[in-house]
Ligand binder design. Sequence first.
Ligand code: ZN
Ligand code: ZN
Length: 147
Amino acid sequence: MEANPLDTTASADAPVALRAAGYRVTPQRLVVHRTLVELGRHVGAEELLGEVERRLPNVSLPTVYSALDALEDAGLVRRVSAGQGRALYDARPADHHHLVCRRCGAVEDLDARVSLSGALASARENGFAPDGAEVVVRGLCASCRAG
Ligand SMILES: [Zn+2]
Ligand SMILES: [Zn+2]
């Protein structure tokens, strides 16, 4: 059975969060969010577009980027710097860290207790207003090591 692309039960909080951040609730924003939640992994905007197009026709890359910007601003989506200028999007907005494989580019969540308060304090001392910080651990993933 094909899911109704406009059925937002999987992301019931998204309209509330969008409105709270001052954004209009549009089908594009909801479908982009829902697709990211359902994919359950870290994806780039172009890959996400391919998935979104199956649910909502006539969606363009700029639309996906602008939806992601709104979702990120509303605290629903997190942008992960995966190295080499690659930005991936994550439907898990709560603070967490990442493992990035330098060979295959795989990005995995890393749950580790890390105190970044020192880095944030230094940032403030430099007159910077930090939004947050996260750790990216680079190296080789388990399957690349085995291969
Ligand atoms: Zn790898
Ligand atoms: Zn993540």
